[in-house]
Design a protein around this ligand. Structure first.
Ligand SMILES: *Cc1c(COP(=O)(O)O)cnc(C)c1O
Length: 370
């Protein structure tokens, strides 16, 4: 692959549309494709199976994640469902890192309760603890790094090495939504599957719901392709085109997210209203505990530039309260054990002027003091 920024910006521009020389790839809405004759096809038959704009996006997703094949689907949750419905059966077991996107836990709970696929959790620190949990039933390991919302960093390469040394058949899936391939390429670290909620950084503008699955092994890719044709949760052409457009600026956006987040992490940690700040050092996600005696509700109502809203990864700064939003479905005891207290605030740092963001958060925190 060429360097990532060049691939992101130029990698999808030289399409088969040589007749016009268009710099930007065309958008094909057609669901059906004419056949020249019996047994002949252009390669496109029906758009659930494959369609040119989504195919171009999938080539690009595979390239930037160092995979051989990618699948663009209708949401981040659809990626999890695609992986699970393809690779797990009743009686299989999975192991997950313990601090995940709340919706992922909700999905695991339904698989456990309705399909007999139990899961255990790993705290993401000592790889030996994870290896000790492997049983003959273990089929899949699910990781998120840094974790959500407490920003624990996992050693994906160490997990892949230790697990595959004893169980080469166990699949390791990494949700790479937070860091994106700009900062982390799980397939090069030994993971088998990478998933994204492309709704977040890959899309980057709070206007697109999408997901991506990328694999290195063509045999896994063939199984996913067959399953996706069967279940049909593919990404529509217009959304595929929007995501192609968004990916062009992924590199520059991620670096700007990091610069703003590093600045805010340092400044916010020094405020008296901030008891503790959590940041992985890279990427745009920070979390902090509002000190005792500060009202979360007053803080949220006091924001004028940042929005109190439930998503992440966009140019707009969004502030979330995981205990009542993203992780509300998790039992309270489990939430508290993970440090997801009612005072924990998660900030998806956007690309506004960093001084304006600091001023907004600082005044809202100060105004929240009882
Ligand atoms: C949002 C999110 C998901 C779910 O993605 P949707 O696009 O909302 O379906 C999965 N994993 C992570 C880390 C997320 O942030």
């Amino acid at each position: 692959m060429t360097n990532l920024d060049t691939q992101l910006i130029q990698g999808t521009n030289r399409t088969e549309d040589a007749s016009t020389g268009a710099i930007v790839p065309p958008l094909y809405f057609s669901t059906a494709f004419r056949h020249p004759g019996l047994g002949e096809s252009t390669g496109y038959d029906y758009s659930r199976v494959t369609t040119p704009t989504r195919a171009l996006l999938e080539q690009q997703l595979a390239a930037i994640e160092h995979g051989t094949q990618a699948f663009a689907v209708s949401s981040g949750m659809a990626t999890i469902d695609l992986v699970f419905s393809t690779f797990t059966r009743s009686g299989d077991a999975i192991i997950a890192s313990d601090d995940l996107y709340g919706g992922t836990f909700r999905y695991f709970d339904t698989r456990r309760d309705n399909y007999n696929i139990p899961y255990t959790t790993w705290n993401g620190q000592d790889v030996n603890d994870l290896v000790a949990q492997l049983t003959p039933a273990t089929k899949l390991i699910w990781l998120e790094s840094p974790s959500n919302p407490t920003m624990k960093v996992l050693d994906i390469a160490a997990v892949a090495q230790a697990v595959h040394a004893v169980r080469p058949d166990v699949l390791i899936a990494v949700d790479n939504t937070f860091l994106t391939p700009v900062y982390q390429q799980p397939l090069t670290l030994g993971a088998d599957l990478v998933v994204h909620s492309a709704t977040k950084y890959l899309g980057g503008h709070n206007d697109l719901l999408a997901g991506a699955v990328v694999v290195a092994d063509p045999a896994l890719g063939a199984k996913l392709a067959a399953q996706l044709t069967t279940t049909g949760q593919t990404l529509a052409p217009f959304d595929s085109w929007l995501l192609l457009r968004s990916l062009k600026t992924l590199g520059v956006r991620m670096r700007a997210h990091t610069a703003n987040a590093q600045f805010l992490a340092q400044k916010l940690a020094a405020l008296p209203g901030v008891a503790k700040l959590l940041y992985a050092g890279v990427g745009g996600m920070i979390s902090f505990y509002l000190a005792d005696g500060y009202s979360v509700d007053a803080f949220l109502r006091g924001l004028h530039v940042c929005s109190f809203a439930e998503s992440l990864g966009s140019v707009e700064t969004l502030v979330t309260v995981p205990a009542v939003q993203t992780h509300h479905d998790m039992p309270e005891k489990q939430r508290l054990a993970l440090g997801i207290t009612p005072q924990l605030i998660r900030v998806s740092v956007g690309l506004e002027d960093q001084g304006d963001l600091l001023a907004d958060l600082t005044q809202a925190i100060a105004g929240a003091k009882a």
